[in-house]
Design a protein around this ligand. Structure first.
Ligand SMILES: [Zn+2]
Length: 139
C-alpha cells in the first residue's frame, strides 16, 4: 500500500537548501549558522542528483551572488543614510558596506547556489516520483 506524502513547498525547501529534485536531501554539510566549515555536498544524499551538472557550473552562481551583494549594499547604504540622518561623510557608508559584505558572505555563497539550482537550472525540477521513492526508502 502506497503511503501519501505531502509535497514540500518550493520556498521552504530552498530556504532549507534541500535538493531541488527530491526536496529531501540537504545540499550542504552544515547549517548556515553553524561554526563548522560549510561545504556543498557533491551529490544529493537522498536521490543521488549530482549538483554540479557540468564542470565549473557554479561559476554561474557568481552572477547570482553579485545581484545579491548589490541589493544588500544598496539596502545597507539606504538604511545607513536614514538612520544617521543623511550624514555626508563617506566613512559610515564604507564601514557598513565592508561589514555587510563580510557578514553576509556565507549567506550569499549558499543562496546564490540555491537560487541557481532552483530557479535558473531548468533540468533540476521537482520530481514527485523521485520524492515518493526517497520517502518510501525512509529518508
Ligand atoms: Zn535529491
Amino acid at each position: 500500500m502506497d503511503k501519501q506524502y505531502s509535497t514540500p513547498s518550493e520556498i521552504k525547501s530552498a530556504i532549507e537548501a534541500r535538493c531541488p529534485r527530491c526536496r529531501t536531501g540537504l545540499m550542504f554539510n552544515s547549517t548556515l549558522l553553524s561554526l563548522k566549515k560549510s561545504r556543498m555536498v557533491e551529490k544529493c544524499p537522498a536521490c543521488d542528483l549530482k549538483f554540479e551538472k557540468e564542470p565549473g557550473y557554479f561559476y554561474v552562481a557568481m552572477y547570482v551572488s553579485y545581484v545579491l551583494v548589490v541589493a544588500e549594499l544598496v539596502a545597507a547604504c539606504v538604511a545607513t543614510a536614514v538612520l544617521s540622518g543623511g550624514v555626508e561623510s563617506p566613512w559610515p557608508y564604507i564601514v557598513v558596506a565592508i561589514a555587510i559584505t563580510f557578514l553576509l558572505a556565507p549567506f550569499n555563497t549558499r543562496y546564490s547556489r540555491v537560487i541557481l539550482l532552483y530557479w535558473l537550472t531548468p533540468q533540476f525540477k521537482f520530481n514527485r516520483k523521485i520524492f515518493e521513492k526517497v520517502k518510501s526508502e525512509g529518508y
